[in-house]
Ligand binder design. Structure first.
Ligand SMILES: Cc1cc2nc3c(=O)[nH]c(=O)nc-3n(C[C@H](O)[C@H](O)[C@H](O)COP(=O)(O)OP(=O)(O)OC[C@H]3O[C@@H](n4cnc5c(N)ncnc54)[C@H](O)[C@@H]3O)c2cc1C
Length: 302
């Protein structure tokens, strides 16, 4: 078996971007939890990304993409393989009523850009942490709207290294799911927006933020909603009804404020969070007969 450090050296020789070996994932997730990734790669541009993906393929290494890790729990043993972080993909440009944003652009930056440009449509994403890549991949949304509502097209690099532009109609979006080709990496996304008054757009962005801060435990580290809402109900309500809000395991707790937010009190391990997930799921199954589906992504090994 080739040592990780040697693999990192080999990749550094061909990549213009950054290659980190044994990188602790606590640094790259909003939960601030997770063991080290064997390799974490930050490609400079699309060509560099293709080099990294080809390298992983040639070595038979599994690879994962990470945006800002705000919907991801990395297990305590870390990640065997390569993590690709498209954080250098920061392009942000307007053409007519369309805005194209690189996968690494923070949603908050995209919203600030749109309000300055007087382009409306994405305000419901106000306060959703993460990147454009993460929002498109998981069809992030709030208050009944979602990222797909104003998407025009997405550019991806496929798992075999091809570049593909997919129009919105060709992507089978549904609730918190995009159905984009497995193993592909989003490079950029284009949104079709409408003209609006910048001050009114700013006001809507602030209003959604205030509402969010009033209902979510934003003062703690978390990964947003743990479970998807089942049809016709709310996961938070179902968890709350079982009486487990406030339950602690190790350094993790089911938020007292919101039943669908599990928080890191400071020194939580992934195992603590997963034990709480199992507990809440089992209680909801017993009391409501509903099998809740995970909304956040769990990666890595124990
Ligand atoms: C306090 C808090 C509040 C939240 N509120 C909401 C909310 O209201 N609505 C909501 O929908 N979510 C919410 N979330 C969850 C999270 O913010 C969103 O899911 C967000 O879109 C994730 O973006 P990210 O860049 O952090 O993705 P990550 O967690 O890094 O990744 C999530 C998924 O997207 C994939 N991915 C990321 N980038 C790419 C890319 N470039 N190419 C291919 N795949 C990619 C990853 O592989 C992974 O499967 C909240 C989270 C927190 C912490």
């Amino acid at each position: 078996m080739i040592a990780t450090k040697d693999l990192a050296e080999e990749l550094r020789a061909t990549l213009r971007g950054n290659v980190l070996a044994h990188e602790p994932m606590v640094r790259h997730t909003s939960f601030k939890i997770g063991g080290p990734a064997d390799l974490l790669v930050i490609p400079e541009d699309v060509e560099d990304l293709k080099v990294a993906m080809a390298f992983a393929r040639s070595k038979g290494m599994p690879s994962w993409v990470l945006g800002s890790g705000s919907n991801t729990l990395v297990r305590d043993g870390g990640i065997r393989g390569m993590v690709v972080l498209p954080s250098a993909f920061q392009a942000l440009a307007r053409a007519g009523n369309e805005v194209t944003a690189g996968a690494g652009v923070r949603v908050s930056r995209l919203l600030a850009f749109c309000s300055k440009q007087g382009l409306t449509g994405l305000e419901i994403l106000s306060g959703v942490p993460g990147t454009v890549g993460g929002a498109v991949w998981g069809n992030a949304g709030a208050w009944g709207g979602s990222t797909a509502d104003h998407l025009a097209r997405v550019q991806v690099v496929t798992d075999t290294g091809g570049e593909l532009t997919l129009e919105r109609e060709a992507i089978p979006f549904r609730y918190r799911f995009s159905g984009l080709p497995k193993g592909s990496v989003i490079v950029q996304a284009t949104f079709a927006l409408a003209r609006g008054d910048p001050a009114a757009i700013r006001q809507r962005i602030s209003r959604w933020l205030v509402q969010r801060n009033a209902t979510q435990p934003v003062e703690f580290r978390s990964a947003g909603s743990i479970f998807k809402n089942p049809p016709g109900d709310f996961a938070g309500r179902l968890v709350e009804a079982t009486g487990v809000k406030g339950t602690r395991i190790g350094g993790a707790m089911i938020s007292e404020r919101h039943g669908n937010f599990f928080v890191n009190l400071g020194d939580a391990r992934a195992a603590d969070v997963l034990a709480l997930v199992a507990l809440a799921r089992e209680r909801v199954r017993q009391t409501a007969g509903i099998d809740l589906e995970l909304e956040f992504r769990v990666v890595g090994v124990d």
